[in-house]
Design a protein around this ligand. Structure first.
Ligand code: C5P
Length: 404
């Protein structure tokens, strides 16, 4: 399992006895790397206290649509947008009926109408209630609307009877939720990605570097894994965890990155160059730490190889570049697309380092991208880098398939 890492999950708990099992579910979701916000209906709070879920999720529990304090912290529309997925577990017959009818008379049912994220429900109820025609009709309606139905299972029930209506076990819910986020748009495809900055050594302790965090490249690696690709990530010096299943090669300098990429080219189909590779490196690297003896110091630099341009010129891999610009974004991106003979380029305005309000670009969790290819262009609005990465991977998959 790997796709839940970094996902924002709303766990909607409704009033069934299986609610107690969801305490464990929150823990397991967090173990998988998901961030969890719990929303409870009033009747759910009769079974388990919000405090339990608050302690386990690390966030206050949302219970009320009209709670001004909670709305001030994170309003229901904001919460609906925050979610990458909503899982309702346990889902009572009542909540299933409300979803089928589009009723929005509490926070959870309102969120389900207000979100664009996938919704899954894990029914849990007495087996006669489950098999009732009304419930079955409602379930058919939800399936038609592409709401996922997880379970229920057959077995002994809290009421003492045996039948179909038990909520799925925690590990089964986790597996199903995980599969919601994986798809196959890049199956049988091998993706090579560069990420992060490069450090060009001046002497044993000093280097020329840049402010790239590597986050965008790592998010793209994760998104490519979710799309079924085999992924090799060549990373400069960054402080990030390797996404599950990604093969990572660490390098420091532009030259090392060049060599690592060239040794991998033959094994891959798509090249995505997100790294902020230094364009120049010192001609001479001193063996010993430089002393501050002179008033002036000159360091002579020479051009580094352009890794992306060389790979693209081979005309074997579908090549995607990044353009971080401080001005003339469109013009520069289009020029690079052409001069480097790329299949696609994603351009972003680099954050103004003196203006902390500009929270996109190098060190931010957010970004916005203008993506160009020879015949077209699309704007991907400001979003978390993980979300943008998924959109970009879908775009790349689409164009890669058209080309082949
Ligand atoms: O020309 P410029 O450096 O602005 O182009 C940026 C794009 O080229 C990025 O995709 C970057 O990863 C790639 N690049 C490279 N090797 C270099 C310089 C840039 O692969 N030496």
């Amino acid at each position: 399992m790997q796709t839940l890492l970094g996902k924002h999950i709303i766990l909607g708990v409704t009033g069934g006895i299986a609610a107690y099992k969801c305490a464990e579910l929150v823990r397991r979701l967090r173990d998988e790397g998901a961030e969890v916000r719990v929303v409870m209906t009033q009747s759910a709070t009769e079974f388990v206290t919000p405090l339990t879920f608050q302690a386990l999720s690390g966030h206050p529990v949302h219970t009320d649509l009209l709670d001004t304090e909670a709305e001030a912290a994170m309003g229901h529309i904001e919460l609906a947008r925050w979610a990458d997925g909503i899982l309702i577990a346990p889902a009572t017959a009542n909540m299933i009926g409300k979803l089928a009818q589009g009723i929005a008379n509490d926070l959870l049912s309102t969120l389900c109408l207000a979100t664009e994220a996938p919704i899954a429900v894990a029914p849990a109820m007495n087996h006669i209630m489950w098999s009732d025609n009304a419930t079955q009709d409602n379930i058919a309606t939800l399936k038609n609307r592409h709401i996922y139905i997880f379970g229920p299972a057959f077995g002994t029930q809290a009421c003492g009877e045996t039948g179909e209506g038990r909520m799925l076990e925690t590990h089964e819910l986790i597996e199903k939720l995980d599969s919601l986020f994986s798809h196959e748009s890049l199956s049988n495809t091998r993706v090579l990605i560069t990420a992060g900055p490069t450090y060009e050594a001046i002497d044993p302790v000093r280097f020329i570097g840049n402010r790239s965090s590597g986050r965008m490249g790592f998010a793209i690696a994760q998104a490519a894994i979710e799309a079924g690709a085999k992924v090799t990530l060549i990373a400069g010096p960054v402080n990030l965890q390797t996404p599950h299943k990604v093969e990572r090669i660490d390098v420091e300098s532009a030259h090392q990155m060049y060599q690592a990429v060239m040794s991998q080219v033959a094994e891959h189909d798509i090249f995505i160059a997100t790294a902020a590779v230094a364009d120049y490196s010192p001609i001479e690297t001193h063996d010993q730490k430089l002393k501050k003896s002179e008033e002036m110091l000159s360091i002579h630099l020479h051009r580094n190889p352009d890794i992306l341009a060389e790979v693209a010129a081979m005309n074997k891999l579908f090549s995607v570049g990044f353009a971080a610009e401080t001005e003339h974004l469109q013009d520069n991106a289009r020029k690079k697309l052409k001069s480097k003979q790329l299949d696609m380029i994603a351009a972003n305005q680099v954050a103004n380092m003196e203006n902390p309000d500009e929270d996109t670009g190098f060190n931010s969790e957010y970004n916005a991208l203008d993506v160009y290819w020879p015949e077209g262009y699309i704007q991907l609005e400001k979003a978390r880098k993980t979300e943008l990465a998924r959109k970009l991977i879908e775009l790349i998959a689409e164009h890669y398939k058209t080309k082949h």
